[in-house]
Write a protein that binds this ligand. Sequence first.
Ligand code: ADP
Length: 602
Amino acid sequence: MKKVALLFVLAVFLPSLLLAWLAVRSLRDQQFLLERQESLLYQGTADGTVKDILAALGDIQHSFAAKVGAMLEAEDPRKLATSFDALLRHEWPLAEVGFVVTTSGEILSPSPQEGPTARAFLTENSRFLANRESAEVYLNSKQPFNNALMLAQNDTTSGKQNDASVLAGRKATDNVKTEKRYVVPQQMLNPSQRAVSPPEEQQVSKLSVSEAEFRQLIGEQSEGMLARFIDNKLQVILWFRSARDSQLVFGAQLGLGSLQENLRPIIQQVEAPLRDEICMALLNDAAKPVALSHSGFQANWKHPFVASEIGEALPHWEVAVYLLNPAKLARSAEALKWMLGLLVAVLVTAIGIGSWLLFSDLSRQLRLARQKTDFVSNVSHELKTPLTSIRMFAELLAEGRVADPARQRSYLNIITAESARLTRLINNVLDFARIERGEKKYTFQRCDLAEITRETADSYLPHLEANGFTLDCHLPSTTVWVNGDRDALAQIIVNLLSNAEKYSGAQKEVVLRLEQKTRPLPYAQIEVLDRGLGVPAGSEEKIFEKFYRAHDSLSSGIQGSGLGLTLARQIARAHGGDVLYEPREGGGSCFRLHLPVTPEHS
Ligand code: ADP
């Protein structure tokens, strides 16, 4: 038993505890995992929007190049150069200022007379465009250099030009500085870290800043786009060089307002079902939203759920994603946690109950195995005792050593009684085996229980009297009809009488009573009462279990198989009745057999 318990603890209990512990541990990471999944999904959306914005910027650049190309078709380049600003603004509304500069640094357009915007442009840019001053430009440190400065190139871009661009890029990156990110997304942060400052790499921008002159920046390219900050204000400049006069560079400063108008639809295109979950925003370099997918939405703009930088075309501009209902994520993580917790609890309880059932079944099986062993030794003993006396008295008689006829009769009586005891025992064992296999057959017929009881008492009386017992019989004079198997019913009575005899002790008085009762339904009751040891407390029901013996042979010296009452109850129940035990008032036992009666005239 100890070995089984140890095995059980090692093979079932400890692994289940370990599993439960692992499950509880993984529960704690649920929210983090859920956020991670969501952040990956939304990051993908933000990255996709950045791609769309870059494509839109590429389109703007191409449309500028096409517009200038068309203007050059209609007009001589040198002539066009002088009136370029006014013409371009008129024909291409995205332009705030149009400019023309020669590769040697002479600015042909705009002229300061064209208005305050032109004058401001010239003040801010003329030194840079004339190659007399270098400006801070932005590189995407995560992209190859040849892509860093050129957002898009027209079809005339050759391999040679690309090489030149690489050179230009390399020169520009001689003195590269990394930039800090203005927006810090919550993504990838462990919930426990959230309260603390985010890790260093989250705050570093993918952009690097370097200094370069205009001539150096455009290299041999035919068109391009560059962004620079002047007094913390972003300026986006497009340029185009015609093959007809490659000495002239035509350019435009984009109006940021019109640019934002162009990009707004891209931000607003968040589709269902994501539309109900997130708000997408285009943040400018001051981390202020310039376009929103949900107008009126408010949040801490510097700390979106996830964000993606647009890159060198719009430095420090970001596409940011905010959760419309941040508590929802925590709630669903909480719900998931509860559900898993409940599941773990149910599993652990199931393992606990299963283990307990297994354990109790095992101990029941062990007890049964022990009882079976006891049964074999008990039955062998019960067989041996009568056999020994039968053999002894039979030998005495056979050898003619007993001359007294009275003693001869007494010996013969003993042989008969012991044979009857043997028969009873063997009948019990055989019947029990039949019932266990489900093969026991009863021959039901209408019979008089009073008559059966009388006959059984009469046949058992000599045996009782021979052992010094008195049998007080109370039987009705009328018939008590029951539907039953005569022999089986007689067997119950014999088993009860035999037990009364076995467990009586010194006071050898047995009472047998048959009565008809009417409540709750009409039934017959046979009582067998003795003044013996009684059944020990706690064993009142167990005595009906197979092989169970409340008084074992060793301590009490009373032989038995532990089958008599089991059989009695099984037979009674097969007849629709039962056998019950009750301690008798004044000491001893009272066994009752209940059987349903059949109507008088049926
Ligand atoms: P056994 O062969 O051991 O008598 P039974 O099934 O007839 O088997 O009885 C089961 C147990 O019930 C007995 O071992 C005994 O402990 C208890 N028992 C049965 N009848 C009596 C009785 N009349 N008085 C006290 N104990 C009894």
